[in-house]
Write a protein that binds this ligand. Structure first.
Ligand SMILES: [Zn+2]
Length: 161
């Protein structure tokens, strides 16, 4: 189990570095991230959230059975067609907000073996990935939220701490 870094830790604001070693350590880290994500009931987790300033994202399926690892992910296309979804984050427990994001994205990324992939993603997965890739750039969903729906008082307190 990895420790989750929580807002307002400034580590969450750092931009992550690309990964260029595709070795056993990386695979172990991805597995530990997936375990942490599922234990904490998350659907996605990005490197900076576990104190790793590297471009890695782990995303689970909705049933909690499997996960996909995206190394050095990059969005190459954002659809103009947007949707508003209520988002939360393991780094901001009990806080939720409405965020407007593209319904479809195209991404390129590498897998754990360093192989390059391109994918067109839509729906729930597209939303989660945009949220997670934001983490790699030091952006949190509260930066983009049109409205905080739950936990505004917790957020206010954290901001003033
Ligand atoms: Zn998050």
């Amino acid at each position: 189990m990895l420790k989750i870094i929580k807002y307002p830790d400034t580590f969450l604001r750092k931009a992550s570095q690309p990964i260029n070693r595709f070795d056993g350590d990386l695979k172990e880290m991805a597995m530990a991230m997936a375990q942490t994500m599922y234990t904490d009931d998350g659907i996605g987790l990005a490197g900076p959230q576990v104190g790793l300033s590297q471009q890695i994202v782990v995303m689970g399926d909705r049933n909690g059975h499997s996960y996909t690892v995206y190394v050095n992910p990059e969005v190459t296309f954002f659809s103009k067609d947007k949707t508003v979804t209520e988002e939360g984050c393991l780094s901001l427990p009990q806080i939720f907000g409405l965020v407007r994001r593209s319904k479809k994205i195209h991404i390129k990324y590498k897998d754990l073996d360093g192989q390059s992939h391109k994918e067109k993603i839509k729906g729930f997965q597209a939303i989660v990935l945009q949220h997670e890739i934001d983490h790699l750039n030091g952006i949190l969903f509260i930066d983009r939220a049109e409205r905080i729906t739950k936990g505004q008082e917790i957020l206010d307190k954290l901001k003033n701490d």
